[in-house]
Design a protein around this ligand. Structure first.
Ligand code: COI
Length: 315
């Protein structure tokens, strides 16, 4: 698609051979960290501008114990993927959109953010420097994780005086252990993901740890993941812990407002829809086989929409 951006320097089809791949069991990739060769780092001191960044070997970083990110959760993350084409090129899917989302999040979290060009350049450099870790076509992708963190020291509650933008990468396969088999979701009505006026609309790191309790509870009961309801009416679908949700009725695909199409979707509607699927950068497109709400399990066919969507279709 015209939306995918090719990493020109990565296209060396005549010189790239099997021996240039990292030593990885490409047929058994899940969504776990496999440390790669390089990470990219760039700092911002008091003037709000990021200095020239650079690649270094992937490894641990040193942080002040009073870093803003450690004490008050002043941090954001992004996720994007590099896909290897048959001809050896790596492709990225609209990395500028991740940069824009990080900028919006940074504004909400009182952080300076890299410019769109700085962000995209850092993602490209990280992908290319770790090219041997990008799985062969059809075996997975190179997941790229940009982080923006308050790394300067604070004690009182205030924006940190220094920030670090860091990008690392890991080869990944399917996010869920179910692979491409349908997921069984559990509708959570005790814990909520977001509230009005909160930071649920941005990708701050502090939106993720609070769902671990709900995920653990659901997984212990045999479910794949959790579907959250809005915190005001406790009725409208919001999202799954790691991805978005779509429902299909007839030939209409709907998703909760603020995402691609906009309308509220009541949990009561779930008995009436034909198909349900999840989408996300990590998750890609995952069909949902059942949703359990207040001990009632609703089963879905999987087919027309959800199964058409494994990752490479984006390209
Ligand atoms: C992503 O899709 O990149 C995410 O943000 C989900 C994350 C929980 C792995």
């Amino acid at each position: 698609s015209g939306a995918a951006s090719s990493l020109q320097h990565a296209c060396e089809p005549s010189t790239y051979s099997d021996g240039d791949y990292a030593d990885v069991d490409w047929d058994n990739l899940g969504f776990g960290l496999l440390p790669t060769d390089y990470m990219y780092r760039m700092k911002c001191f008091k003037d709000g501008k990021f200095e020239q960044g650079q690649l270094s070997r992937y490894g641990n970083i040193e942080l002040s114990p009073s870093a803003g990110v450690l004490n008050y959760g002043q941090g954001l993350f992004e996720g994007t993927k590099a896909y290897r084409k048959e001809n050896g090129c790596l492709l990225l899917f609209r990395p500028d959109q991740n940069a824009i989302r990080m900028k919006i999040g940074a504004e909400r979290m009182c952080m300076p953010s890299p410019s769109i060009d700085q962000f995209v350049d850092a993602v490209k450099q990280t992908a290319l420097a770790n090219k041997r870790w990008a799985p062969p076509p059809g075996k997975g992708t190179l997941y790229i994780r940009p982080l923006l963190m308050g790394t300067g020291p604070v004690l009182g509650l205030a924006p940190a005086p220094e920030y670090t933008f860091l990008v690392y990468a890991s080869p990944v396969g399917n996010y869920f252990k179910e692979g491409l088999a349908p997921l069984n979701l559990y509708v959570e009505d005790e814990y909520h993901r977001a509230s009005r006026g909160g930071a649920g609309g941005v990708k701050t790191i502090s939106n993720y740890a609070p769902v671990l309790k709900a995920i653990t509870k659901a997984k212990n009961r045999g479910f794949s993941d959790v579907l959250y309801l809005d915190s005001v009416n406790k009725k409208y679908l919001e999202e799954v812990s790691s991805c978005n949700i779509f429902i299909v009725k007839g030939n209409v695909i709907s998703t909760p407002a603020t995402k691609v199409e906009e309308r509220v979707i009541s949990v009561d509607e779930l008995v009436n829809v034909d198909e349900v699927f999840c989408t996300g950068t990590a998750v890609v497109i995952a069909p949902v086989g059942s949703i359990t709400y207040q001990d009632k399990r609703i089963e879905y066919r999987t087919g027309a929409y959800s199964l058409s969507g494994s990752c490479t279709q984006l390209l």
